[in-house]
Design a protein. Structure first.
Ligand code: MTE
Length: 301
């Protein structure tokens, strides 16, 4: 669609033989042409955007619908039927309805986005997603002027999602974004990884990715999207409001009550890999800080 995000790289850029040169060209191009990439962001992007392996990304997961262990999703998510798949879009939209996932895909432009991914548990990865901008999907449904938030819901199907037989959380998993966050061009619906269909354990057939927020905002296997004028109550906030907020912006200056958020452990680096400093808004400060101008990020964590 019309808005393309230029300050991101494609898989070819980071894996080609002339890796370093290519990266510099892409980043320099973005900086010169659009003035979006500041030097700090540029240096950080060059250093940190080495994608994790397929194994790292698909074997170390959080997807409580399949269990609370990091290996449970890879072990059990195969049981999930993802075709057919219907996404209900309702609430404050012009064209509410049940949209077939295949019809959605036929209308969306899928592109590659290599994003840092930072879990609230202080581990991180770099993931080469394939997906489309959430803004395009919302445009398809037609957002009414009164809408202020977007609420997302994951499938509830305990016969296929074995973790849902236990009340670890109040199913279905729910997340939410402010409308301007949802419409931001960095916000995508991911449908693939490394150019392959997204595996069930990563949220097939369609999951949210909001790269400047903690990973729990990136809700998986979405079946319902509701436009609303009220801030949605997200699952982790409902479970423990003193520890998990609605905004969940990555912020090294605001610690989790039980651990520091100043640094992170990069998955795949081996047992003795050093922790690396966490970047404000996960390194996307230039792009998203304006969304929160005048807001107390400590109170709105
Ligand atoms: N979505 C659903 N439906 N259920 C979950 O348990 N876990 C969240 C998020 N989305 C979760 C979810 C958390 S805590 C993280 S860190 C990411 O998914 C993990 O995504 P990944 O497994 O693809 O790395």
């Amino acid at each position: 669609m019309a808005h393309r995000w230029t300050n991101t790289l494609t898989h070819e850029d980071v894996t080609s033989e002339r890796l370093f040169l290519n990266r510099r060209q892409v980043m320099a191009g973005a900086a010169a042409g659009f003035g979006m990439a500041g030097l700090g962001t540029q240096a950080a992007a060059e250093e940190a955007l080495e994608p994790n392996s397929w194994e790292d990304i698909t074997e170390y997961n959080n997807f409580y619908e399949f269990g609370t262990g990091k290996g449970d999703p890879a072990a059990y998510a195969e049981a999930l039927t993802t075709d057919p798949w219907t996404v209900t879009i309702d609430g404050l939209v012009d064209r509410p309805g049940d949209y077939d996932f295949k019809d959605i895909m036929a209308r969306m432009t899928v592109e590659e986005r290599i994003y840092r991914f930072r879990c609230v548990e202080a581990w991180s990865m770099v993931i080469p997603w394939n997906g489309f901008e959430l803004a395009d999907l919302l445009e398809m449904a037609g957002v009414k002027a009164e809408a202020k938030f977007v609420r997302f819901e994951t499938l509830y199907r305990p016969e296929e999602m074995r973790g849902q037989k236990y009340r670890t959380i109040d199913w279905p998993y729910v997340e939410g974004l402010r409308l301007d966050e949802a419409l931001h061009p960095l916000t995508i619906m991911a449908t693939g990884i490394y150019g392959k269909t997204i595996p069930n354990q990563n949220g097939a057939p369609m999951r949210l990715v909001v790269p400047w927020k903690y990973g729990f905002k990136s809700i998986k296997s979405i079946v319902k999207i509701t436009l609303t004028d009220e801030e949605p109550i997200n699952t982790w906030k409902a479970l423990q409001a003193s520890e998990y907020g609605f905004y969940a912006n990555v912020n090294p200056e605001v610690d989790h009550p039980r651990w520091s958020q100043a640094s992170e452990r990069k998955i795949g680096g081996g047992l003795f890999s050093p922790r690396v400093p966490t970047l404000k808004f996960n390194g996307y400060e230039e792009e998203v800080a304006s969304l929160y101008e005048g807001m107390d990020l400590r109170a709105n964590f």
